[in-house]
Write a protein that binds this ligand. Sequence first.
Ligand code: IPM
Ligand code: MG
Length: 368
Amino acid sequence: MANPSILILPGDGIGPEVMAEVRKIIDWLGTRGIAFDVQEGLIGGASYDAFGVPLSDETLTRAQAVDAVLLGAVGSPKYDGVEYSKRPEAGLLRIRKEMDLYANLRPAQCFEALADFSSLKRDVVSGLDIVIVRELTSGVYFGEPRGIIDDNEGGRIGINTQRYTTNEIRRIARSAFEMARRRNGRVCSMEKANVMESGVLWREEVTKIGAEEYPDVALSHMYADNGLMQLVRNPKQFDVIVTDNLFGDLLSDAAAMLTGSLGMLPSASLGAPMANGRPKALYEPVHGSAPDIAGQGKANPIATILSFAMALRYSFDLGGEADRLERAVERVLADGLRTADLMGPEGGSPISTAEMGDAIIAALDASL
Ligand code: IPM
Ligand code: MG
């Protein structure tokens, strides 16, 4: 049988640096007989510079054909003047949409060694383990009409449309309920049903799927503004949060800070099952391209490495190796090794991106 295939899209900014550390882990697995066929491609500004578009058809075709895509990050102020549809972010939105990766899983776990690094008090975040299930291919990110038009009175109008169909809501609700069944059996759905019809429909459909198909899962609802407040007030009240594309974007950045650093949060974007029964999948850190520190070896590769652990689990049926990798990360943090983003109240001297990768490899070696 052929090796499972991976397409790596390092992207922009710190993307290539953090992805280089994932490559080390792929190579390490290779030395143990767990081999992957790895290809690379361009996305974001890197693709725009080479091909004039942030995602080429050829790269998209390759992404559709592999078992999993690993993405670094996209974006740079360098492209601020470029037309909207050719910006780096448009490449990311296109790959999510064309691969129909509707379920974005963003787990936020607080590693014990980092409980003092959160901007919240230790007892609020210690032991935190929640998952945000963000709808990723619809809502205001993609709704039509959109654009900037003249109002014919000398002004302009910016337009975006929040739009959800019943099927879009039902499938993301099922993803969340399935996730809750594998965890602690609780889903909290967030929308703004108090002001938005799309939120009313969201609440109705999630309620219906819960009652008809997942009566064993405890379902609650919150308005998203209250939900975000609750997330920073008492995040451990949650198990699985399910929400739309935009609210999920906001909630997951906030959730990242609960874990100590945005440099810690992985994500998996999953679509419909492929012929082999595994979902179409793209794995990427929640953080962005951080152009301010790009190329300086300061970036934390852990979010990208933990995203690869999710790939091992969801795309390659290597849950044991995923656990091993997560434990190696935990070990390194417990040993006090920190990249610059993890310089907490006590200060200290940060290690580089590559040193963090090497330390994780050493911890993997030690685990055998
Ligand atoms: C994310 C990012 C993206 C988003 C950007 C880079 C387009 O913030 O994945 O959370 O808004 O979805
Ligand atoms: Mg975001």
